[in-house]
Design a protein around this ligand. Structure first.
Ligand code: GLC
Length: 488
């Protein structure tokens, strides 16, 4: 059956073209691995104004697609590009998507995100209808595409082409729900009764993610620990109750990593290729990274690094709170990423204070992110919540040892080192305090000073395979489950 399965993978991020978080990496990898299993995959993405997207070889498949937004018709242009193992459809509307960022700036979200992503979601359905291309499963990701299952079972219910189409919604991070005023419902063309009945709303707001949770045939989280955490109010951000009603349809599938892209032996972005576990090769990349960031650090001193979206749930407050203490220790620190402006400013003030040992760049172009993975000794992931996390998996592959807070996917992939036996692949801490982070870093540095122990830790990290192959097979099973559900 898998040979003929057709899946539309609908995403608002896709590496290397459009990235705000790790969803971009997942979206670039999973469709490829699904296609290796015989699935026919089409990826749908908004056409952002990015040179990489503009220079893609592509053709217009529909020059003027009408999309109904409330009482108005907004036109979209649909492009098709052959992206190797999958077909890429780009939904083009310059007013909505030709902006600097995907969701907003460092000062907050774009104010018309409801309109932008309702347009995108409807445009995807209209494109499928227009092309007459039947899909078995529409795989939606996070709140921006979470209304697709709702539209499918309401406005598009009678369209023949969708009659056997099932939906899957992946919950990458429920901290982001797409919460809008009730009036935004007018943009959807749905009847008010849907909002009044509470199916689409939470606490009086129109909530895209909640709506998707109610309507999707199947749901999944990106690690099993995160699935368990979602039963608590704290981690579910108010969705625990509604998630419990769908307990049987909520499965967990841990993200993998794409070893075609994340392989230090063949990585095109780093200066020296090396085998996982080879610390000599890694050292050359460390020298390269120090030079790139102009840090005057003795190469024998441990180099720490991290790259992430600067938001509270990623633990940025812990890094800032620990900074003065960290800088008293003998180490260097390189930080890459982007995010909320208030955090960017705090980082800059620390760079002024510690220019020789701290480097920060508001950038996460693949070249820099890969150089960082290859060049640092220790990778910090102090997240408040982490549905899966990919950086710890990249670190294992590149011989960097992760220091993580034990939460979500981090909890199930990183095992604390026992310095006596040498067993373990990283350092974990529990309390969400700068002190706990500092203590874990101190412990890591103590082990770093014992080269044979360190080598052992690095090798244990590199030993386990986190390829997408296994997870892609599990998605295949999830699609079959969704199809069965859809039929009932
Ligand atoms: C979100 C989560 C992250 C996860 C990623 C991909 O960004 O915060 O933990 O790895 O989605 O699923």
């Amino acid at each position: 059956m898998s040979a003929s399965l057709r899946v539309a993978y609908i995403t608002t991020e896709l590496a290397p073209y459009a990235k705000s978080g790790e969803l971009a990496d997942v979206a670039a990898a999973l469709p490829k691995y699904l296609s290796s299993l015989g699935v026919e995959v089409a990826v749908f993405l908004p056409y952002y104004r990015r040179p990489e997207l503009e220079s893609l070889e592509k053709e217009v498949v529909c020059a003027s697609l009408p999309v109904y937004l409330g009482g108005r018709v907004v036109k979209g242009r649909i492009w098709r590009s052959d992206a190797g193992r999958f077909v890429l459809f780009l939904v083009d509307n310059p007013r909505y998507f030709w902006r600097e960022n995907i969701y907003g700036s460092g000062r907050g979200d774009y104010l018309d995100n409801d309109e932008r992503f309702i347009f995108f979601s409807k445009a995807v359905l209209e494109t499928i209808h227009y092309l007459g291309k039947k899909f078995d499963v529409l795989h939606c990701n996070s709140w921006p595409t979470a209304l697709i299952p709702v539209f499918l079972k309401t406005l598009y219910q009678r369209k023949k082409i969708f009659q056997q189409t099932a939906t899957v919604l992946t919950l990458h991070n429920v901290a982001y729900q797409g919460i809008f005023p009730p009036e935004s419902l007018a943009l959807t063309g749905l009847n008010w009764k849907y909002l009044q009945s509470g199916l689409l709303s939470l606490n009086g707001h129109f909530n895209f993610l909640k709506a998707g949770i109610v309507y999707a045939d199947m749901l999944n989280t990106v690690s099993s620990s995160y699935r368990k955490e979602l039963w608590t109010q704290k981690h579910s951000h108010g969705l625990a109750h509604i998630l419990k009603t769908r307990r049987d349809e909520l499965v967990s599938i841990r993200n993998g990593i794409d070893y075609e892209i994340w392989d230090p032996e063949n990585d095109k972005y780093i200066s020296w290729n090396y085998r996982p576990g080879d610390l000599e090769g890694k050292r050359k990349n460390k020298l390269d990274l120090l030079e790139e960031f102009q840090l005057s650090l003795d190469p024998n001193v441990p180099l720490l690094g991290t790259s992430f979206y600067f938001a509270a749930h990623k633990g940025v407050d812990l890094i800032l709170g620990a900074m003065d203490e960290l800088m008293k220790m003998e180490l260097g620190l390189v930080i890459l990423g982007r995010g909320e402006e208030i955090y960017e400013r705090s980082f800059l003030s620390f760079v002024k204070k510690y220019p020789h040992r701290l480097a920060v760049r508001f950038d996460w172009s693949p070249a820099l992110v890969h150089k960082l993975a290859a060049g640092v000794d220790i990778f910090l992931i102090p997240s408040l919540s982490e549905p899966c996390g990919l950086n710890q998996l990249y670190s294992f592959r590149y011989g960097s040892v992760p220091v993580v807070r034990t939460v979500g996917g981090l909890q199930e992939t990183v095992r604390h080192v026992d310095p006596r036996t040498g067993k373990g692949n990283g350092f974990v801490f529990k309390e969400y305090t700068p002190e706990a982070l500092i203590a874990a870093v101190q412990e890591a540095i103590k082990c770093y000073r014992r080269p044979s122990l360190w080598r052992k830790i690095v090798r244990q990290g590199a030993a386990k395979n986190y390829s997408w192959e296994t997870s892609a097979r599990r998605y295949l099973r999830l699609y079959q489950q969704a199809l069965r559900k859809q039929k009932n």
